[in-house]
Design a protein around this ligand. Structure first.
Ligand SMILES: [Zn+2]
Length: 411
């Protein structure tokens, strides 16, 4: 499985300038290429093939006075920027034709100097190197100091250097990691993700929602107010922007750490894990949006999924239309929808149910039934997340953890 390992890096001032130049060159190549394809389309010309585009916006561009400075950065960085664009186009076309499932993918957009997140990628071709002295050697940048919060399990195939909105730098390595099956566990668990609790397990465990964002909300609101009072374009405004970004990054880091611990424990203790497939994007548009984002279920389920695959556990999402909170887990009698404030109820069969635990037990039962249907065996192998090249269609917000020591899958 391909995993991502993030480490904080501390470039010197000179290295920061070299990185800024590389970010800029990658952005210019990306934008030049996007513009070339858009213009071709407007003129009714065919889609420019990847190879032709590379010649046009890199090889030939370097010979012109306007773009001669592209030669100052590693050619691999420029090629990888183009690869991002090509992938963004492929995803867009596949989404439009219906070949790609899920949310609609928008066509690629221009990158901006003001984007929150700047990134460049070096592949093995670029001959980046982790030195014996622990520094990361990047061509035409230098040897960067890295804080190795944990060892890389294998030689990396690529490294992405990221500068986030909070002004921090990270090296994100892609590593092919071997699966590490854990000794078999007896227990299986169904999980109900909710708003009153972050998660309720079918064994009755209730995990309280960590309302990190809520707790930090007061501070964020104050910082946001500070920011709104600053004059546009002023230096003080820029400083305030960084402060807000830092506060957000801290919340994201804490949440990610907490979710890593919880998901690791659930995977360690259970042979099979079933979760209700929540329509998170749907919920996020409702009144509950803040709680939904605070809870961060999507990231949590993704962690469960790749950890299950890596440690030899079964993982499955249960159809979100299964009425888990409306059915008695003892007699399977449907009892109709219940408003959210109904926390417990008594079934005509005499069973008294905690709403969430009952739902979790139903998720477990549905998961077991589905596993049996799927292949007639007790255990269905968990789907392994398909490795994907880094997309980077648009810069994501400042979401790079300083402390996510655990590798994350390349999704
Ligand atoms: Zn019943």
């Amino acid at each position: 499985m391909q995993l991502r390992y993030n480490y904080r890096v501390y470039p010197t001032l000179v290295q920061q300038q070299s990185l800024a130049r590389a970010f800029g060159c990658a952005r210019v190549v990306f934008n030049d290429a996007l513009r070339a394809r858009q213009e071709a389309r407007e003129q009714g010309l065919p889609y420019i093939a990847d190879g032709d585009l590379s010649k046009q916006v890199i090889t030939e561009a370097k010979t012109t006075p306007e773009r001669a400075w592209l030669g100052e950065v590693s050619a691999v960085v420029l090629q990888q920027a183009l690869a991002d664009l090509n992938l963004a186009y492929r995803n867009f076309f596949a989404s439009r034709s219906g070949k790609r499932k899920g949310r609609k993918v928008a066509p690629p957009r221009f990158r901006s100097r003001k984007d929150n997140r700047q990134a460049i990628r070096f592949t093995a071709n670029a001959r980046f190197k982790v030195m014996d002295n622990g520094r990361l050697r990047l061509p035409k940048i230098g040897d960067l100091a890295v804080r190795w919060s944990r060892a890389l399990p294998a030689p990396p195939s690529s490294v992405t250097v990221v500068k986030d909105a909070a002004g921090r730098y990270f090296a994100s390595f892609v590593v092919q990691a071997a699966d590490e099956p854990l000794p078999p566990a007896d227990a299986e668990v169904g999980i109900d993700l909710g708003l009153t609790h972050f998660a309720v397990l079918s064994d009755g465990t209730k995990v309280a929602a960590p309302q990190f964002l809520r707790r930090a909300a007061r501070k964020l609101r104050r910082l946001q107010q500070d920011l709104s009072r600053k004059q546009r374009g002023s230096n003080n405004r820029k400083k305030a922007v960084v402060k807000v970004a830092k506060a957000h990054a801290r919340v994201a880091d804490t949440r990610r750490d907490w979710q890593h611990k919880l998901s690791a424990q659930i995977i360690r203790d259970n042979q099979a894990v079933y979760v209700e497939d929540l329509c998170v994007t749907g919920l996020a548009r409702t009144r509950l949006a803040k709680s939904v984002h605070d809870a961060g279920w999507a990231g949590f389920t993704a962690m469960l999924e790749y950890k299950a695959a890596r440690y030899g556990r079964t993982f499955a999402k249960i159809d979100r239309f299964a009425p888990t909170s409306q059915t008695c887990s003892v007699c399977s009698r449907p009892d109709g929808p219940k408003p959210l404030n109904v926390r417990s109820w008594t079934c005509p069969c005499g069973a008294v149910h905690d709403r969430d635990v009952n739902a979790a037990i139903n998720v477990l039962a549905a998961g077991r039934a589905e596993s049996l249907n799927a292949c007639g065996a007790q255990v269905r192998p968990a789907p392994v997340p398909a490795p994907r090249r880094e997309a980077g269609i648009r810069p994501r917000a400042a979401r790079c953890s300083a402390r996510s020591a655990e590798g994350i899958p390349v999704l």
